[in-house]
Design a protein around this ligand. Structure first.
Ligand code: HEC
Ligand code: HEC
Ligand code: HEC
Ligand code: HEC
Ligand code: HEC
Length: 274
């Protein structure tokens, strides 16, 4: 595996916002100096995004191909960026191994993860599915006994989720697999894994990185309902990841996108202010 040589905190230094490009943002920031803290936080993010696009414009000589270097903590890969040191796998109700089933056993992914809700999502398997085999395979093992018990009592296996996007993000599996994306592009070599960790970066930066690679749309409203109230809930823990994705993405139309983001979002924000 080729490990990125960028420093763990390889942020792009921010330069002051160029007045011409960020005039809109600065006006809004001033206007809401006494506004809600949510609105200020939101504007801060947008101002950072705006600044980032200015930095990018300064860093990249005109005509040069924008950098596609992976962000901090990632290695180059197709699809979503790979996370070098993923957090350990959560403890699952049963020690299920993809390597045993999808690898050694060559079971197809959709045996257990059939498309659901019109292909927007895929199913997580329940005990009855496991019992198709485990009614007769490894029946003496403690894990299998537990599955048999759950099947008998109609109990759900409470799998701890590894990948999740927040509700204010539009995502559909079907759109992506139809476009030719492979499971491994977004989840890594699952069939080689004893346990699933979040080894692919599917944060905003990760999504945008692949969209840029594949010339898929990158406007804010591709992935967000612009009037979504949740969109300005908690401030991102890592602005760095957000910005790294955006600054390395060679975005066109970013300013226009942010502008639209504002004009649609601000009425709902101001109307919710007492
Ligand atoms: C493996 C690369 C890849 C990754 C990673 C990826 N996408 Fe995509 N996405 C695509 C491609 C390619 C398309 C274009 C599909 C088309 O035009 O038919 C697309 C299309 C979409 C669309 C539909 C756009 C439209 O209106 O047709 C949405 C929404 C979307 N992606 C959201 C996301 C989100 C959210 C994430 C991260 C959680 C993400 N994508 C990660 C490759 C990717
Ligand atoms: C197509 C058949 C099949 C299905 C369906 C299946 N398994 Fe298995 N499973 C196997 C085989 C074969 C083994 C290997 C048995 C061995 O090594 O003795 C195994 C092994 C296991 C083991 C390891 C048992 C041990 O301690 O050695 C666990 C745990 C397990 N499966 C869980 C599950 C769960 C959970 C499901 C449902 C989500 C499931 N399996 C569905 C065939 C299947
Ligand atoms: C025998 C059933 C079975 C097969 C076949 C299977 N999986 Fe799974 N998968 C599970 C179970 C059970 C879990 C929940 C436990 C875990 O995370 O390991 C899971 C979890 C996952 C997750 C994590 C989802 C999340 O957000 O928590 C991904 C991603 C995944 N599988 C992808 C795949 C891919 C890709 C394949 C084909 C290469 C595949 N699976 C084949 C049973 C299966
Ligand atoms: C473009 C990226 C992408 C591709 C390709 C992709 N996934 Fe996912 N997968 C995601 C994202 C993002 C989530 C979290 C979705 C959510 O929270 O609604 C997810 C969630 C899951 C889950 C948890 C259940 C769910 O739907 O939320 C499983 C299981 C899973 N994927 C399996 C697969 C399998 C199997 C394939 C190949 C057929 C696949 N994924 C292809 C990005 C992808
Ligand atoms: C390709 C999909 C995609 C595009 C395009 C996109 N986002 Fe996001 N955005 C996401 C995802 C996924 C998250 C959730 C990240 C997470 O939870 O790790 C997110 C989160 C956010 C958040 C909340 C941060 C937080 O964690 O609270 C804001 C604000 C945001 N996006 C603004 C924007 C703006 C402004 C644009 C246009 C410049 C944009 N997004 C374009 C996918 C996208």
């Amino acid at each position: 595996m080729r490990v990125s040589s960028s420093p763990p905190d390889g942020r792009t230094p921010l330069s002051p916002c160029a007045p011409s490009r960020c005039a809109l943002l600065n006006t809004w920031l001033k206007r809401c100096e006494r506004g809600t803290s949510n609105m200020r936080r939101f504007l801060l993010i947008a101002a950072l995004l705006c600044t980032a696009s200015v930095v990018r414009a300064q860093d990249v000589p005109s005509g040069a191909k924008p950098s596609t270097a992976p962000g901090p903590g990632t290695v180059a890969s197709s699809g979503a960026p790979t996370i070098t040191n993923p957090a350990p796998a959560p403890t699952q109700p049963v020690a299920f191994s993809h390597k045993k089933h999808a690898g050694d056993g060559k079971m197809a992914c959709d045996t257990c993860h059939a498309p659901a809700r019109n292909g927007v999502t895929v199913a997580m398997p329940q005990a009855s599915k496991c019992m198709l085999c485990h009614a007769s395979i490894a029946t003496d093992k403690p894990d299998i006994k537990r599955i048999a018990e759950a099947a008998q009592n109609n109990q759900l296996l409470q799998w701890v989720r590894v990948y999740r996007v927040p509700s204010f993000v539009n995502f559909s599996h079907d759109t992506h697999t139809t476009a030719g994306a492979q499971c491994a592009d977004c989840h890594g070599p699952v069939a080689e894994r004893e346990a699933i960790t979040r080894e692919k970066d599917l944060s905003m930066g990760g999504c945008i990185s692949c969209h840029t690679q594949k010339s898929a749309p990158t406007g804010c409203d591709t992935c967000h309902q612009l009037n979504s109230v949740q969109l300005h809930a908690p401030l991102p823990a890592s602005h760095a990841a957000l910005l790294a994705g955006l600054t390395s993405s060679g975005h066109t139309g970013m300013d226009q996108s942010i502008h639209r983001f504002f004009t649609v979002l601000s009425p709902s924000l101001t109307s919710s202010t007492p």
